[in-house]
Design a binder for this molecule. Structure first.
Ligand SMILES: Cc1cc2nc3c(=O)[nH]c(=O)nc-3n(C[C@H](O)[C@H](O)[C@H](O)COP(=O)(O)OP(=O)(O)OC[C@H]3O[C@@H](n4cnc5c(N)ncnc54)[C@H](O)[C@@H]3O)c2cc1C
Length: 424
C-alpha cells in the first residue's frame, strides 16, 4: 500500500479548498469522498424538468471576502438577489417590514447580558411575561428557521453577535449556482495532480505518531502521513450504526465530547417548479421571501430573476420532527402550505406543478442535518477541534469557523484555508 502525503476525507467546500491550496503549494493530495459527486452540501441541480435549482447552499449571505475572492479568481459572476419580504397570515398575504415587536428592547437586554445562556433561557428570564408571548414566538421561529437551531441550546451571545452584525441583508446568487465554484476547485485540484476517489465511505481511522491508516466501507485501506477530516458535524456526531460514521483508533475522547457539545441543526428544502409564476401580480411583482406559520413556513422566489420556481424551507426542531416523513408526505405539506398562503385550492396548485424535489438533508446519511450553530459550549469545543492531533489528524468544516458567517460556504472555505495553512 503506497503511503499518501495527505488524504482529505470529504470533498465538500472545506475539503476541496484545503486540497486546492495544498496541491497548489506542491503537496501530493488524495481525496476520499463517500458520494458519487463532489460538493457535499453544495449541489446545483440542472434537471430536464425541474430546471436549474439549488438543492443545498444558494445565497452568499453578505459581502464575504473569501467566497468573493474565489469567485473572482474563477471568473464566475454573481448578482444581488432577494426581493421584498412578505408575510402570510390567516389567508392574507401582505408586504412585511419584518419588524419583530419589542426587538429593540430585546437587543438592549442582550447587550447587557454578562454570562452566556441559551436563547430560550434568556427569553424566559427577561421576557417571560405574557405580554412578550408574540415576541418570544417570533424570535424562536427565527432561530429555528434561519439558524436551523434548537433554541434550548443556541447561544444567546452568538445570536447577539449575528444580529448586531446584520449587514442590511446584502445577499447574492452565483451565476450558474454554487456548483460552478465547486467545479472550479475540482478542476484546479485535478490540474495540480489531486487524486479523487469517489464512492469511498471512510469507516475507520487508525492513527499512530508515524502514520494514519484509513479503511473504507468497501474494505480498501489507505496509508497517509497526514489526514484532513473534512466531514460534516452531523456525521461526526452520529452513532456507529450510521452508514457514514467513523471510528477513530485510538479513540479521541476530548474530541468526541467537543463534537457533541457543538450545535448542528436540521433542514428540509422543497423545490417546486410551476407552469407559471402565479404569485406574480402588479402588487407582488417584487416578492422575494414569504414568512408564514404554515407547516412549511418559509418560501422564496428567484426574484429578480424571472422564474417559475418556488423554494420552501423548514428548519430547526420542526424539521427534526418531520424528518421521517417520506417525500410525498412532505410534498403534501408543501402544497397545503402554499394553498393557505396564496388562498388557492390545492388541486389548482397540483395542476400548476410541473416538477418537484424534496431534499431532506437531515436524513441524508452523508450530512445528517443542516449546518452548525453555536451553543454556550461551542467556542471552547471549537478551539480544541482546531488543534491537530499528534500532527497527524486535522479537522476542517464549516462548524470550525469562528466569525459572523457561521454555517455558510464562506465558513467552510475559511476552515479549509486555515487547515491548509496549518499543514504548509
Ligand atoms: C439546505 C441547505 C442550504 C444552505 N444554504 C446556504 C446558503 O444559502 N449559503 C451558504 O453560504 N451556505 C448555505 N448552507 C451551508 C453550506 O452548504 C455549508 O456550510 C457548506 O457547504 C459545508 O461545507 P463542508 O465542506 O464543511 O461540509 P460538506 O459540504 O457537508 O462536505 C462534507 C463531505 O464529506 C462527505 N462525507 C460524509 N461522510 C463521509 C465518509 N464517511 N467518508 C467520506 N466522505 C464522507 C460528504 O459526502 C461531503 O461531500 C446550506 C446548507 C444546507 C444543507
Amino acid at each position: 500500500m503506497e503511503k499518501q502525503e495527505i488524504i482529505v476525507v470529504g470533498a465538500g467546500a472545506a475539503g476541496l479548498m484545503a486540497a486546492y491550496l495544498l496541491s497548489k503549494s506542491g503537496k501530493r493530495v488524495t481525496i476520499l469522498e463517500a458520494r458519487e459527486r463532489i460538493g457535499g452540501r453544495i449541489y446545483s441541480l440542472n434537471d430536464p424538468t425541474l430546471g436549474y435549482a439549488e438543492s443545498g447552499a444558494e445565497f452568499i449571505h453578505g459581502d464575504l471576502t473569501l467566497t468573493k475572492q474565489l469567485l473572482s479568481e474563477a471568473g464566475i459572476g454573481f448578482s444581488p438577489s432577494g426581493g421584498e419580504m412578505w408575510e402570510a397570515n390567516g389567508g392574507q398575504l401582505r408586504q412585511s417590514n419584518w419588524n419583530i415587536e419589542g426587538w429593540d428592547e430585546l437587543m438592549e437586554a442582550l447587550s447587557h447580558l454578562q454570562k452566556d445562556v441559551s436563547i430560550a433561557e434568556f427569553l424566559q428570564e427577561y421576557f417571560g411575561d405574557e405580554k412578550y408571548a408574540q415576541m418570544r414566538d417570533a424570535v424562536i421561529r427565527f432561530v429555528s428557521g434561519y439558524d436551523t437551531a434548537d433554541p434550548a441550546r443556541a447561544s444567546a451571545f452568538a445570536l447577539r453577535l449575528e444580529w448586531q452584525q446584520d449587514d442590511e441583508g446584502a445577499q447574492y446568487q452565483i451565476k450558474g449556482g454554487y456548483g460552478e465554484l465547486m467545479a472550479f476547485l475540482e478542476k484546479q485540484c485535478k490540474s495540480n495532480g489531486v487524486n479523487f476517489q469517489l464512492e469511498k465511505v471512510v469507516k475507520h481511522i487508525d492513527w499512530t505518531s508515524e502514520q494514519v491508516r484509513l479503511t473504507t466501507a468497501d474494505k480498501i485501506g489507505y496509508l497517509a502521513v497526514k489526514v484532513i477530516i473534512a466531514l460534516p458535524l452531523g456525521v461526526l456526531k452520529a452513532g456507529i450504526d450510521q452508514p457514514a460514521s467513523v471510528v477513530f483508533e485510538p479513540g479521541l475522547m476530548d474530541h468526541s465530547l467537543a463534537i457533541q457539545q457543538m450545535g448542528y441543526g436540521a433542514i428540509i428544502k422543497v423545490l417546486l417548479r410551476f407552469k407559471s409564476d402565479f404569485w406574480n401580480s402588479a402588487k407582488t411583482a417584487k416578492i422575494g421571501f414569504i414568512l408564514s406559520g404554515e407547516a412549511i413556513p418559509t418560501w422564496w422566489t428567484q426574484y429578480p430573476a424571472v422564474s417559475n420556481l418556488l423554494t420552501g424551507w423548514l428548519g430547526g426542531l420542526p424539521a427534526e420532527a418531520k424528518k421521517h416523513l417520506d417525500e410525498n408526505q412532505l410534498l403534501e405539506l408543501a402544497i397545503g402550505s402554499l394553498a393557505n398562503i396564496f388562498n388557492k385550492p390545492e388541486t389548482e396548485l397540483c395542476e400548476e406543478l410541473v416538477a418537484w424535489k424534496v431534499v431532506n438533508w437531515t436524513t441524508d446519511p452523508y450530512t445528517l442535518g443542516s449546518y452548525a450553530y453555536d451553543t454556550v459550549e461551542s467556542h471552547r469545543a471549537r478551539i480544541l477541534m482546531q488543534r491537530p492531533v499528534a500532527q497527524k489528524l486535522y479537522f476542517a468544516g464549516e462548524y470550525l469557523y469562528e466569525g459572523p458567517a457561521m454555517g455558510t460556504v464562506e465558513a467552510a472555505l475559511a476552515s479549509g484555508l486555515a487547515v491548509a495553512q496549518q499543514i504548509s
